[in-house]
Design a protein around this ligand. Structure first.
Ligand SMILES: Nc1ncnc2c1ncn2[C@@H]1O[C@H](COP(=O)(O)OP(=O)(O)OP(=O)(O)O)[C@@H](O)[C@H]1O
Ligand SMILES: [Mg+2]
Length: 1110
């Protein structure tokens, strides 16, 4: 069957009515009749609006399959027939999609199916929420925490074979996607009295039986246990085995579940050791031993069990044994030890067993929480599932029942608060027309129990803390006086005489009229159970145990932390934790499952009207229906409502500008929803019928689908269009390129073929022309040859004729000339013989000379004195003349050249001439100086202000001013000096300061020595005996050596009164330095010494100057 076909509706194939709101007429009979009819047809779920009523079928129904989960998944609450899955789905979806924290409140009396319902909700949520390795692990751990807690916290009671003996509230945490992250379990007051004693027909907690039946022989041996239940005092025997309960198999399930949840092997072992220890503890018995003071003191009867128990827990036997016989009381720093009698010893033993077990149970919860704790700190969405022990009325009700019933009372209160009162108040608040519906508010009963001043719990605490003798009777007395007037409190001895004769109310009891019925409580044990005392000796003994769990379980046993303050009482603790729970629940969106028990016999198909009627009454289900029917099924603030449904109307889609309320009005009008189906509140719209909501939802869903299709359509269109346009564009580009290419190829082909054709044609034409031309040429050649031959022949003929003719002519003229000559010679012979020969000779010579000179005029060289060219000699006999003419011409042009000179230029040339006389071919430095003009005053000392002082010292015109290096004889290094020369003297002055260092009159200068090489060294040698000579000769160096020495020489020569200054040119000369004569020697430096002149002192008498080779 396909999924589409299973679409059923709340209204399809309806047995009775699925929603009590639709019940017509509404009365208790029809209500119960409807429940019965549905129950008989296995329809165990029925709605009252959004509340689910669940009847316990006491048989397994095929309505929890995976297919069912799929059917209810993501479906509207009212869409399918009532099911717990619909509620779970609704809660989960509004948690996931609307971010509202949820709580699922499951109420009902013991055996009504609360625990089953909570498991169904959890398994549904686990099935529909996200999947993935990590998520699945979390889910598995959350689900597997149930069998573990059930094994330790559930037991068979007369009402329920698997009755929860503790309250459990579990927060399942989800991330924003709705994937489970983890959970937190809170447990409420375990009924620990069951550990030591069970009412008739009931059992101890499942784990004891499971361990003994399911554990391997080996394990049992290790735990020192026996498989036989009857060996253990704490296990009631009459109902040790329960029909349909396989303890052994369950033990394996529990072990497995513990492993999945994350218990380590050693933790598992420790827990089993504790369970075994409790069993052993129950077997310890005491006997009285008389003492001298007349009191009995207890002694352990058979020490074997004690020993085994101590071994299991690692306790020193003597310590525990002593703790069972003595009790240390600490008061005001004093320790008093009193003995315990047998009854007290049993009391101590049982207290220890109860504490051991209940603390272990709390530890289990903590340990499970550690495993299932969400790993992230980010904000979580929470779904809380509350499965608390149901309301119970036993024959004998004690403190535990009182506490359990109080808790149920509180839950009823919260139900009333949130559904009945809150709903009605909301109508009033929103200004919706409303007639109040009466319902019973149990706040008064809650107040009776929990009021801080005169509530029963407060008085019990007061009694427990009061000094003096406190017994359960004194507590009852107190109740009798204080609560006597309360209309829900009944007691035989209360001042209210009404009950004095009520024999159903024993003296040691009080009765409370709970919302769910009257319950008679026996006060016996109230004080004790509320105190929940464990002798300190016992807790200290436990703390000392060498066992991994014991220190955690009995922290108050730590001697270092002795606390004399009383621990808070059990009642106080429970009240506080219930208070916290209620606050927690109020912050969440509640979802109710009201469980109803069809019969007392745990039988399927049995529907006891009176029992159901009772439950329907106290659960306030009729009122619930009435409120629901009178009111509106659904309400929502205008803004979110408009936001959710605005797409259903053209005016409101996509944006509504006006106030939200008007938008909603327009919307509903547009949708033609009948007027009576809704009401406008102040801030909310109220929709009467769920079907209207369903109609809106359905419309919205369709509309969303259409919108999605539209968006998809537009997007797909856009995508295809852009894709197509892109393809088209690319195609155009590609084809353009291809066409171009193809045309190119085609063109190339045509071109090359036409070239081929052309070349063939041209070749053919050319060959044709060539052939023609060749033919013509051959013709021409033939003609030419023929004509040449012809002309040749003719010419030869003519030549022969002319030759003949000329020969003839010449012969005639020769003969004639010869004849004439002979005639003339005969005539002139007599004159000619005298001087004719000489004249002819002279004439010939004259003619030749004339031709020579005229020719020379045209071939004359330039006027430059350095022009070396000269025309070639024409005749050998003119050689001498030719050379002489050349010399004369040169001298003449030199004279011409000189005649252009000014006086200054003349002087300069004279100087240059003088230099050449002195140095030419004698000093290697000379050629480089030829091109440089002799400027003389290089320093321009009369213009340069720096040398003003020096200038003023000079009394004559300065002929030369330059910077020279004065060579130091000591190291051969030079120091710059200004060298000045006038007609009369030369002066050496400091370059920087211009201070005169030496002034030597020229007559005192004897000679100058220089080397033959290209260096600038020169020695100015002074005449011996003159005053200047006293300081010694000067060894100087200058690049302008040639100019300096020439000028010195000329100046010396110019002064008439003295002889010229001699210039010695030699590579070795002596210089007189003060006393010593030093030889200055010039050598050619090798190439590696660089190309600068270096002067080095070789020894005292030798300065060596190395000059780079040119
Ligand atoms: N939906 C169901 N289908 C089949 N059997 C059910 C269902 N609900 C409950 N039962 C049966 O009823 C028994 C008692 O149910 P459950 O333990 O859930 O009751 P309870 O309300 O938790 O009682 P208590 O308050 O004692 O814990 C279950 O052990 C089971 O056999
Ligand atoms: Mg239960």
């Amino acid at each position: 069957m396909s999924k589409m076909e299973v679409k059923t509706s709340l209204l399809d194939n309806m047995i009775g009515v699925g929603d009590m709101v639709l019940l017509e007429p509404l009365s208790e009979e029809t209500f119960i009749g409807n429940l019965r009819k549905r129950f008989e047809h296995n329809e165990i779920y029925t709605y009252i609006g959004s509340v689910v009523i669940s009847m316990n079928p006491y048989k397994s129904l095929p309505i929890y399959t995976a297919d069912k989960v799929e059917e209810y998944r993501n479906r509207n609450f009212y869409e399918l027939s009532p099911h717990i899955y619909a509620l779970a789905d609704e809660a989960y979806r509004s948690l996931r999609d609307q971010d509202k924290d949820q709580c699922i409140l499951i109420t009902g009396e013991s055996g009504a199916g609360k625990t089953e319902a909570s498991k169904l909700v959890m398994s549904y949520v686990a099935a529909v929420c996200g999947k993935g390795q990590e998520v699945n692990k979390v889910k598995e751990q959350l689900l597997q925490s149930n069998p573990v807690l059930e094994a330790f916290g559930n037991a068979k009671t007369v009402r329920n074979d698997n009755s929860s003996r503790f309250g459990k509230y579990m927060d399942i945490e989800f991330d924003f996607k709705g994937d489970p992250l983890g959970g937190v379990i809170s447990n409420y007051l375990l009924e620990k009295s069951r550990v030591v004693k069970q009412p008739r027909g009931e059992r101890n907690f499942h784990i004891f039986y499971q361990l003994l039946s399911g554990a391997s022989d080996d394990t049992l041996k290790k735990l020192k246990l026996d498989r036989d239940f009857s060996k253990y005092n704490y296990l009631s025997l009459d109902s040790a085995t329960v029909n349909g309960l396989d303890d052994a198999a369950n033990f394996r399930t529990v072990r497995n579940a513990m492993q999945i949840v994350g218990f380590m092997e050693d933790e598992l072992q420790s827990v089993m050791e504790l369970v075994a220890a409790v069993l052993k503890l129950g077997n310890i018995e005491f006997k009285p031993e008389s003492r001298v003071n007349g009191f009995d003191e207890s002694r352990v009867k058979d020490k074997n069990d004690l020993k085994e128990m101590c071994e299991l827990l690692g306790i020193e036997q003597s310590v525990l044994e002593r703790a069972f016989s003595y009790r240390t009381v600490e008061a005001k720093m004093e320790k008093v030890s009193t003995t315990l009698n047998v009854a007290q010893a049993y009391y101590a033993r049982d207290a220890l067993a109860k504490n051991l077990y209940s603390r272990m149970f709390s530890w289990l919860v903590t340990r499970i929480n550690e495993s299932i704790k969400a790993q992230t700190k980010s904000r979580k969405k929470v779904m809380g599932v509350l499965d608390i022990y149901g309301f119970e009325i036993f024959e004998d009700n004690s403190f535990e029942q009182f506490i359990i019933n109080y808790c149920n009372e509180k839950l009823q209160q919260i139900f009333i608060e949130l559904t009945l009162r809150e709903e009605q108040e909301e109508y009033v608040r929103e200004g919706i027309e409303w007639t109040n519906i009466e319902y019973f508010n149990n706040a008064i009963i809650c107040d009776l129990i929990e009021n801080n001043q005169n509530g029963i719990l407060a008085m019990l605490d007061e009694e427990c803390l009061r000094p003096g003798t406190v017994t359960d009777e004194t507590f009852l007395d107190k109740l009798n006086t204080i609560c006597a007037e309360h209309q829900h409190f009944e007691s035989r001895l209360s001042k209210n005489s009404k009950f004095l004769t009520d024999h159903s109310l024993p003296h040691s009891c009080f009765r409370i009229q709970h919302y769910a019925g009257k319950v008679l409580y026996r006060v016996e044990g109230f004080v004790d159970k509320n105190n929940d005392l464990l002798y300190r000796d016992l807790s200290q003994a436990m703390y000392k145990a060498n066992h991994s769990l014991m220190k955690l379980l009995f922290p108050e046993g730590n001697p270092a932390k002795v606390n004399l303050k009383r621990p808070p009482t059990a009642g106080f603790q429970f009240k506080a934790s219930v208070g916290t729970l209620m606050k927690n629940l109020q912050t969440k969106n509640p979802n109710y499952i009201r469980c109803i028990k069809p019969n007392d016999k745990k039988a399927s198909q049995v529907f006891t009207d009176s029992l159901v009627c009772h439950q329907v009454r106290y659960l306030g289900l009729m009122e619930n229906v009435r409120v629901r029917r009178a009111g509106y099924a659904f309400r929502q603030a205008y803004e979110p409502c408009l936001e959710r449904y605005k797409m259903l109307c053209k005016q409101t889609w996509p944006h509504w500008k006006g106030p939200a309320r008007e938008g909603v009005e327009v919307l509903l009008k547009g949708l033609e929803v009948p007027e009576e189906e809704f009401a406008y509140g102040r801030s909310k719209i109220f929709i009467r019928n769920p079907r209207t909501l369903f109609f809106l939802e359905e419309k919205r869903r369709q509309c969303l689908e259409d919108l999605a299709t539209l968006i998809q359509k537009i997007y797909r269109g856009w995508k295809c269009r852009t894709h197509f346009l892109l393809l088209k564009k690319s195609q155009v580009v590609v084809s353009a390129w291809y066409r171009r290419y193809a045309q190119q190829q085609k063109y190339k082909k045509i071109k090359s073929s036409s070239i081929v054709v052309q070349s063939f044609i041209r070749g053919w034409k050319a060959r044709k022309i060539l052939r023609e031309l060749k033919y013509q040429k051959r013709c021409k050649e033939a003609v030419t040859t023929i004509s040449a031959y012809w002309h040749g022949t003719q010419a030869r003929w003519e030549l022969r004729r002319l030759k003949d003719e000329a020969r003839n002519k010449r012969a005639v003229s020769v003969i004639w000339a010869a004849w004439l000559g002979t005639k003339v010679r005969r005539e002139y012979r007599k004159f000619f013989r005298a001087n004719a020969g000489k004249k002819i000779y002279e004439f010939t010579i004259q003619k030749i000379m004339q031709k020579y000179f005229l020719g020379l005029k045209n071939t004359m060289p330039s006027m430059s004195p350095i022009d070396k060219t000269w025309p070639a000699r024409p005749y050998l006999f003119l050689d001498g003349t030719h050379q002489e003419l050349r010399r004369i011409f040169h001298l003449w042009r030199c004279k011409k050249y000189r005649s252009q000179f000014t006086e200054e230029k003349k002087a300069i040339y004279e100087e240059k001439l003088e230099a050449s006389k002195i140095f030419k071919d004698k000093k290697a430095l000379y050629p480089s100086s030829v091109g440089q003009p002799f400027k003389g005053d290089y320093l321009e000392i009369n213009k340069n202000p720096k040398y003003q002082k020096l200038n003023s010292v000079m009394d004559e015109k300065v002929l030369l001013a330059d910077v020279v290096n004065k060579i130091n004889r000591a190291n051969g290094k030079g120091a710059p000096r200004i060298f000045l020369l006038t007609k009369k003297k030369f002066v050496l002055a400091d370059q920087k300061t211009g201070q005169v260092k030496a002034s030597v009159p020229l007559p005192d200068l004897n000679s100058v020595s220089v080397s033959t090489q290209s260096d600038g060294f020169f020695a100015l040698k002074l005449k011996e005996g003159t005053p200047s000579a006293a300081k010694g000769d000067f060894l100087l160096s200058s690049d302008r050596l040639i100019e300096i020495i020439t000028k010195l020489h000329r100046t010396g020569a110019a002064s008439a009164e003295r002889e010229t200054i001699g210039v010695d040119i030699s590579d070795e000369f002596l210089v007189q330095f003060k006393q010593d004569k030093v030889c200055v020697k010039f050598i050619q430096a090798g190439p590696k010494n660089g190309n600068s002149v270096a002067c080095k002192r070789k020894n005292n008498r030798l300065l060596e100057v190395s000059v780079p080779s040119p």
